[in-house]
Every structure is written in C-alpha cells, then in structure tokens.
Write a protein that binds this ligand. Structure first.
Ligand code: G6P
Length: 610
C-alpha cells in the first residue's frame, strides 16, 4: 500500500508527480504529498485527504523543477493527517523521503536519534528513517552511501525514494518487501511503486528486488546490493495501455471491471485450451507438471478475495484431480510453522502479486522445500518473480479496490490447472472436452448476465437500507457466498456474512426476521434440493429472500421475494457466473448510498504491509 512516484529529467516534475499519484491512489488515499528541488529552493507540499486536495494546493503554488517525489498514503504509524503525510524531511528541509512499508525497529532507532538531538514532528516510522539517513549524510557525505548505511540498520519493509538538495542530480531508491520499479525514458527517468504510474511516459522498466538500491540520474542509473556490490538488472517491456488504466466511460473503475469480465475471462483462457486432447496447456508450468501431479498435497494460500478463489480451487482440484488440497490464509500460514514438505505444492494466489502476507508465506514454504507456484495478475510482480513457476491470469489492470474481474479470472486459471492435473490422473477425454466446451461459452454467458444490470440495480436499491445481510450457498457456491458478503462489506459498509447454507441452522438462523435479507445462490446442481429446503427455513421465519437461480427455474421463483437468473454451466464454472450478480448488487447498493465505490474507507488495493 502507499503509492510512490518520482521524476528526474528535463520536464516540469509536479504535473508528472500528480498524474502518477492519481494512478496510484488505489494503493492508499488518506493523505498525499510531494517534494521538489530546483536551483533556488526545496519545497514540500502535503495534505490530509486525496490527491485531488494535493492537486489544488500544488496548482495554487506552481513551481518549476526537474526533480521531485510524491506519495499517497495508507496510514500505518500515526493518524492520517498532514504532518504524518509523506514526504518526510530533515530539520534543514534539504532531505526528503517517501516510504512504503513498515520500519519495525523504528522505536529503538528513534531512541538513538533522540540522544543525538534529533527532533521529531510526526508519529511515523518514516520520519525516523529520514533522520537516520540525515545522520549518515553528515558522516558519509554521499546520499547513496547514507541511504545504504541507514538501511543496514533497519528491520522491516520498505520501498523508498530519497532526494537531497546538495545532490540535485539524483533520486536514490531502495526496496525490501515493498515494490519498486524504475521507468527508463529519454533524458528522463522515473520511479514508482507500480508500473501504472509510468506507462504514459515509458514502457521500459526495471524491477528492483529485495535488498537492492539504485541511484537514478536523468540519463543514467546504477544498481547495487545493499552491501554495495554492483548488479546488472534486466530491462523489461511492459504491455499495459492507457485504456487499461482509465474508466473507459464508466462512472467507476469497479463497474468497468465488472463489465470487462466477458473479455477478461476469455483472456485468461486464451490459447491455453487444447480441445482434441481435452487438456489445458500452461506455459508457465511447463517442466513442473509431473512434480505437481505427484504432489502428496496441494496447499493454496492467499488473502481476501483471492482466498475465496482458493476455496473454489480446493473443491475442484479434490473433485476432479483427486489430490488432497488445503486452503490457508497467508497471514496465518506465515507465522504458525505449518507442516510443509518437499512433496507438497503450494499455490499462492494474488491479484497484485505484492500482498505482504502472501509473499512472506511463499518465502516460508520455499524454505521448507515445497514447489511454490504463483497465480498473479500483475506481470512482473514480486510473487510472480519469486515463485518457482506460475500462471498469469491476464485479467488486465484492476484498479477498483474491491476485486471483481481478478476473482473470476483466478477461478478460470484454477479450472485450467484442475484440467491439466485431472486429465493426467483420471478425468476421461470426453469429460475434459465437456469442461472445455463449457469454458468456451463462458464469456457469452457472462455477457448475458451483465445485460441484466438495470434489473439487478432495481433489486439492489430495494435492499440498500438494510443493516445486515446473510449470503448462503453450498458446494462451489459457498466460497461465492463469502465473496458476495465481502463485496458488500467492502464498499457499502453493510454488515454481511457468508455461510454454507446448511450451517445456518447452527447459529445465523437466530438472526432471521423480516428485516434480514438473505441472498441464496441456488443454481441447479447436486445440492439444489438441499438449498431449496434451506430457503424454506428462511421463508418460514419471514426473512427477505433474494435468490440467484438458473434460467428456467420456476420452483424457487415462487418461494422468494426476488430472483436473478443466470445461464446454466458446468458445475466448476458456476461460481464464475453466480458471483457476477453479487458484484453488481454490492456496486449498486454502494452507489445508492452515495459512497466512494472505488476507494472505500480504510481499505487499499495492494496490502504491502502485514
Ligand atoms: C486487499 C484488497 C482485496 C484483495 C486482497 C488480496 O484487501 O482490497 O481486494 O483481495 O487485498 O490482494 P491480492 O492482490 O493478494 O489478491
């Protein structure tokens, strides 16, 4: 979380920094700031609130400079106010630092600095690091060396960018645990916490790895390890266009991303299905297939929405490939010393590829010798780079904080993996081909559901004043119930719980009265009749029922308040279809309540702190 951007070149830096911050705002948006240096002055402008607030301040004090850094914050240490906003600076206001991550030993470092006479004006860990660099600047007389020495004392995570008045020809950046990318231009260079901030300027990028530090000039750069050894970095070309990161005429990124799904789902499977053999071909797993198939166990680890996709994966891999699967929150896995052996495969699912807990869980699993695979959306992200092998979901950039298209594409990739494993085990050719046939029709079916947007909006608005919601589903639709509830919580701030429908009688049924909306996912599958019984139980207690059913289902329609109909598909693909009305319901309720759908309070898209 937190967005970082920096510019050095021949153009005026402030508009570039503000534009970059707007593209990064999804990473955190409680305060923002910039610092610039020119031949006459150093200036820092910060404010509580969003980048648009900062932009107003910046336009009121225009200043020309060719060197600057900017930051949009998701508060960790200290409340989101102007003083705690980045950039932080030294007493003389000549050294400026922006930081993404957490300095864990900041209190002990602060103690030492206090003894030396340093004064602190903010509550942040970042200000401590700024003064520590200042301390070394006085000893080493070189910004690069001062940053390097300071970081050698730091425990925790960081992606930082630093500028200094007395060395106005450079930005020094370093990374450990938080993403940092350098963008290479003509007579200008950039830094950012992700490529979205850079792609209007350059497509040539260098990804810094943990423990690396770089000095960036307008026409050159050097990269080293934190222990001062020179390293040569590979330059990557990023394939993200401006259309991918704008709203494309929709009022919100979230709606655009929901509407993108026929295409994003197709892109996730494109070129990966071989109908004649009833299999999938995943280039990223080439050479690892046998090891995965012979795994004693598969563990899937993730956070948030990606964890819900993992649950769907568990159901399908166990059912079709017959390999035992466990699903684990990455935040739990990283600290509880799980039993993982060389014979296990651990799959890490992450849209951003940067989630701190997921990354740390992966490092833990690697240490224990397991094969670590990544399922990521962001190309070149840390999890993608550090896993042994993996599959990109190719959903395209997801900017709305609440994940939508990434979830459906993650499930597509899990189906592809299931197909690959199951066909090598005991899935027959016709059964494999049957799954493929259904996959090939998926985008049309998704488009069919999306056509009902206005109808779904009307229904959603009827429920917008509810204070609580229950989402119930069984089998493949249990994780969808969890995801539907999460979507609603995230953006509408309505309390919602997802439950396996049959568990309702062990507690949640006590909540049901005529004020409690219950969303049932009740498509025609092997547990359909059981879900119908659960619907009856809610009906008997006067709960308001909204059901997601299959086209042609009249039985449930006659029993509930509202139905949304979705096309039939293969059971392992059903979650991809049934989640779409739930995404739209959450979206329309949040819009009706006048909330900021793309940037819900307290959340961030990419959680790079633990
Ligand atoms: C945050 C986001 C969620 C996301 C989760 C995991 O909480 O708001 O939408 O599901 O992080 O992120 P990842 O990038 O690892 O999938």
């Amino acid at each position: 979380m937190c967005g970082i951007v920096g510019y050095i070149g021949t153009k005026n830096s402030l508009p570039i920094l503000i534009e970059g911050l707007k593209r990064l705002e999804y990473r955190g948006y409680d305060s923002a700031g910039v610092a610039i240096i020119n031949s006459k002055e150093c200036k820092v402008i910060k404010t509580k609130g969003k980048v648009s607030e900062l932009e107003k301040l910046v336009s009121a004090h225009p200043v020309e400079s060719h060197l600057g850094i900017g930051h949009t914050r998701w508060a960790t240490h200290g409340e989101p106010n102007t003083i705690n906003a980045h950039p932080h600076f030294n007493k003389e206001k000549t050294l400026f630092l922006i930081h993404n991550g957490i300095i864990e030993n900041y209190l002990s470092l602060k103690k030492g600095l206090l003894k030396e006479g340093y004064e602190f004006i903010s509550e942040t860990d970042t200000e401590v690091l700024t003064h520590l660099i200042d301390h070394y600047l006085k000893l080493k007389n070189s910004l690069f060396q001062a940053v390097r020495y300071a970081l050698n004392e730091v425990e925790g995570t960081y992606g930082i960018a630093v500028i200094y008045k007395n060395e106005p020809d450079k930005i020094v950046v370093a990374k450990k645990g938080s993403p940092l990318v350098i963008g290479l231009g003509e007579n200008e260079n950039f830094v950012a916490s992700d490529v979205n901030a850079l792609i209007t300027h350059t497509k040539q990028v260098i990804y810094l790895e943990d423990g690396e530090i770089a000095e960036i000039h307008k026409d050159s750069y050097t990269t080293k390890t934190i222990s001062d050894e020179t390293i040569i970095k590979e330059i990557f070309h990023v394939d993200v266009g401006i259309d991918d990161i704008t709203k494309g005429g929709y009022p919100h990124f979230m709606l655009k991303e929901i509407m993108d799904q026929p295409e994003s789902i197709y892109n996730s499977m494109r070129g990966r299905l071989v109908y004649d053999e009833g299999i999938s071909k995943l280039g990223g797993l080439q050479g690892f297939e046998d090891r995965i198939i012979n795994s004693k166990r598969i563990i899937i680890s993730a956070c948030g929405t990606s964890w819900h996709a993992a649950l769907v994966g568990e159901y399908m891999i166990e059912q079709y490939a017959g390999i035992p699967v466990e699903v684990e929150y990455a935040s739990e896995m990283r600290y509880r010393n799980p039993i993982i052996s060389k014979e296990d495969t651990v799959i890490f699912i992450s849209q951003s590829g940067e989630t701190a807990d997921t990354l740390a869980a992966m490092k833990e699993a690697k240490k224990k010798g397991a094969l670590c695979l990544g399922i990521c959306n962001v190309v070149g992200s840390s999890i993608a780079r550090e896993s042994d092998a993996g599959v990109y979901i190719h959903a395209g950039p997801e900017i709305g904080v609440a994940s939508t298209k990434a979830f459906t594409s993650q499930i597509v990739v899990l189906v592809l993996i299931t197909l690959m494993l199951a066909r090598k085990r005991n899935l027959s050719l016709p059964d494999g081909q049957d799954i493929i046939k259904h996959m090939q029709k998926l985008n049309e079916k998704v488009a069919e559901i999306l056509k009902q947007n206005e109808y779904i909006k009307d229904i959603a608005e009827k429920y917008a004043d509810s204070k609580n919601f229950l989402y119930l589903g069984r089998g493949y639709h249990f994780p969808v119930a969890l995801e539907g509830a999460l979507k609603l919580k995230e953006i509408s701030y309505i309390h919602a719980e997802g439950y396996p429908a049959a568990e309702m009688k062990h507690g949640p049924i006590a909540l049901i009265d005529n004020n409690m909306p219950v969303v049932f996912i009740a498509t025609k599958d092997s547990v359909y009749e059981k879900v119908v019984s659960n619907i009856q139980e809610v009906r008997a207690r006067k709960g308001r029922i909204l059901a997601i059913v299959n086209e042609g289902d009249t039985q449930i329609e006659s029993m509930v308040d509202h139905v949304i109909k979705i096309p039939k598909s293969h059971n392992i693909l059903n979650p991809i279809l049934s989640v779409i009305p739930l995404q739209l319901i959450a979206y329309h309720i949040a819009v009706k309540k006048g909330l900021n759908v793309d940037q819900p309070r307290n959340l961030a898209k990419s959680v790079t702190v633990e």
